[in-house]
Design a protein around this ligand. Structure first.
Ligand code: BGP
Length: 469
């Protein structure tokens, strides 16, 4: 009988996570094509322009200029002893239109240099292939993932980067928060609804194409670089029944399943039955090609990466909403709330880790967890973010308890170790970083980087493998 583990395993992958579109800027530099993230002036929760409108400010166009400053930034991550650094490859840096026959060498070179810099500083790259960054041309020309052609375009992109970065990238993720197809299909899959179309049909048919692409990318990855691990990625902040009323309990299970459905297909390898009644009600009919089901079953995720920020509750019959933090319903009276309405729940992380490990029995990776807050510098310009230290400490303690519960956790990449553009709102004001960036919502500021109090604290956490909290 194996003994209970009371600490983080040796080689636990401590680090941080960002996304190309929220940090790099250089949105059309060195041959990069336009991607959808550059056409949201106020973040992915709000209006999508479909193009860049003259004279309008788009926060991701320069973001924090990580594209040109990554050496300085990675040096700071090394000071925090990072073992792993998560970011995404912007698809449109490699294939500017998404359907190009040949890749853009300048884009490939940029990520070669970026990954070399990470290795130089002791970090393993953890790379997301598509993080809300679908090339705009694929949306305009093909209706994005509505078209089965996107499978081929995506696989050409995957094959190119798997071959180019073989030996440099050991950890891949396919689609960031693919379950956001049900809440924000525009950001998650480039699905912007057309007049009069059956919206659920569009969402779930596009999702089917992404499932097939996910499985074929896993197959390709295992063939081209067998030593790597490739996972799927979901947004899994949790939701509790608001009361013990059986109706609250049952409908909350149904709500949770709307997200777990994506993990069920990509990890168990087949469609579950429980969504069929919903599809029947909505007039959804998934069109599959012969062989699709065999592909899904044969090539499933090596691990489950997921984001966890908060929990919310659901009351029977009440509408629920969703954003970049996950499902959101009735506030939980037992939890404190951030200025953006996100409720802080470290016990919820332990609960979610146990829930997911019970369901899937594959390694789990917390690839996003963080606190977006209003950080106010003191008279010397220093940010005393003890509230952020408290948030991270309690979530790390929750992970340690989950490990004692027997959960296999691969690593933890804190979301936004450096202040970046908020995905949901396009703000800089919603700061996550251990590193402050002098940049405001309106694009003003010097882009200078400065350590917050949490910087040295997190460095010690990693140096002690999660012992010194
Ligand atoms: C997740 C996204 C990230 C990140 C995070 C925080 O949905 O994967 O891109 O942005 O949410 O959300 P926000 O930036 O809106 O605070």
């Amino acid at each position: 009988m194996s003994k209970v583990r009371h600490n983080f395993p040796k080689g636990f992958l401590w680090g941080g996570a960002i996304a190309a579109n929220q940090a790099e800027g250089a949105y059309l530099e060195d041959g990069k094509g336009l991607d959808i993230s550059a056409c949201f002036p106020h973040g992915i929760k709000h209006d999508y322009d479909g193009q860049v409108e003259e004279g309008k400010f788009y926060p991701t166009h320069e973001a924090i200029d990580f594209y040109h400053r990554y050496r300085e930034d990675l040096a700071m991550m090394e000071e925090m002893n990072f073992k792993v650094f998560r970011t995404s490859i912007a698809w449109s840096r490699i294939f500017p239109n998404g359907d190009d026959a040949v890749p853009n060498e300048a884009g490939l070179k940029y990520y070669d240099d970026l990954f070399d810099e990470m290795h130089k500083r002791g970090m393993e790259p953890l790379i997301t292939l598509s993080h809300y960054e679908t090339p705009v041309h694929l949306v305009k020309e093909y209706g994005s993932w509505r078209s089965r052609k996107l499978i081929g375009f995506f696989l050409r992109y995957c094959e190119t980067v798997f071959k180019r970065y073989r030996g440099k990238v050991k950890y891949w993720l396919t689609f960031n928060e693919i379950n956001n197809m049900r809440r924000m299909p525009g950001a998650a899959g480039g699905i912007f609804f057309k007049e009069g179309e059956n919206q659920q049909q569009a969402v779930y048919q596009a999702t089917h194409h992404m499932f097939v692409a996910n499985s074929l990318a896993i197959k390709l990855c295992h063939e081209i670089c067998p030593e790597t691990k490739i996972g799927c990625m979901l947004s899994l902040s949790n939701v509790y029944p608001f009361t013990c009323n059986p109706n609250d309990v049952f409908e909350t299970m149904e709500l949770r399943r709307r997200s777990l459905f994506f993990g069920d297909v990509m990890i168990r390898g087949h469609y579950p039955k429980y969504l069929e009644s919903f599809w029947e009600k909505e007039g959804v009919e998934i069109h599959m090609e012969p062989g699709d089901e065999e592909i899904l079953q044969a090539h499933t995720a090596d691990y489950l990466g997921f984001s966890y920020y908060r929990t919310s509750t659901h009351e029977y019959g009440k509408p629920f909403f969703g954003d970049t933090g996950g499902d959101q319903g009735t506030p939980n009276p037992y939890l404190e709330t951030t200025p953006w309405g996100w409720q802080i729940d470290p016990v919820g992380l332990r609960y979610t880790l146990n829930e997911l490990y019970d369901r899937y029995q594959i390694p789990l990776f917390v690839v996003e967890n963080g606190l977006g807050q209003i950080d106010v510098p003191d008279e010397k310009g220093v940010i005393h973010d003890d509230y952020r230290i408290d948030y991270v400490r309690r979530h790390i303690q929750a992970m340690k308890l989950a490990i004692e519960d027997g959960v296999d956790i691969m690593g933890y990449t804190y979301w936004g170790p450096i202040d970046i553009v908020s995905a949901g709102t396009g703000e800089m004001k919603k700061r996550y970083g251990f590193i402050y960036v002098d940049r405001e919502n309106d694009g003003s500021g010097t882009l200078e980087r400065r350590k917050k109090d949490s910087f040295d604290w997190y460095a010690k956490v990693i140096a002690s493998n999660g012992e010194e909290l």
